[in-house]
Ligand binder design. Sequence first.
Ligand code: ADP
Ligand code: MG
Length: 264
Amino acid sequence: MKHSIYQQLHLPYLEAALPQLLQEASTQQWTYETLLQRALATEVEGREQKAIARRLKAARLPSTKTLEGFDFSFQPSLSERRLRELADLSFVRTCTNIVFLGPPGTGKTHLSLALANRALTAGHSVLFTTLSELSHALSTASHPGLVRSRLRRYITPSVLVIDEVGYTTLSQEQARYFFELVTARYEHGSIILTSNTSFAGWGTLLGDEVLATALLDRLLHHAEVIAVNGRSYRMKERQTDRASVSAPSEAALSATSVVPTGVR
Ligand code: ADP
Ligand code: MG
């Protein structure tokens, strides 16, 4: 089968856009140079979009969140400026970690996802996981080779998001793997980590104070720790829902809203 010149040169996006480009060139009276530039730019653009889509799929982000979609006025403890600075992604280049600390519903996962999204759009590889998923993957590997290959999966990406540190305590083996991972990424790649547990509680979380100290030492050596100490946005949404239905009194609201719907 004979391939077109575009197929031989692997220019699928240019080939697909060509009829429209030629049409526009003639109606707009483009110069040859403009046509050539637009044609090549179309191919470059198509390839970039494909690469972003590939990185997005590999990143396994549970949902798409953006900084633009974050209501900073709801969380006054957070500096919008600081987050905008982080969004310039210099933390990825300097292998700096970001730790979001705070109670449930305050937007820690949202902000992590927003930064992760920025990073992969800018060309960095990203992987999202939770501490329990990660620990499970490593502790259920049936032989050392599989442990190593699974560890590598978490070591390789430029940005690794470890969500929900603190909701589950780790076995001795899992704590050691977590330590190994943080050590392997130390000064090699960024970790964005979220936790509802202050660092003082990590000894209990890992079941080993000495290991927790050594892990925190590496994690925090080059890190931005961001405390998010506001109200839960999930509660706000529930309250707003209720208010729009029947406008209940303050007392009714607090009576119905203090019970969390369960940690995610
Ligand atoms: P956390 O990880 O701290 O428990 P999440 O980031 O999962 O909280 O936030 C819970 C939900 O509320 C998500 O759907 C998130 O997008 C939304 N949310 C949280 N804070 C804000 C905010 N300040 N502005 C807009 N949406 C928010
Ligand atoms: Mg969360």
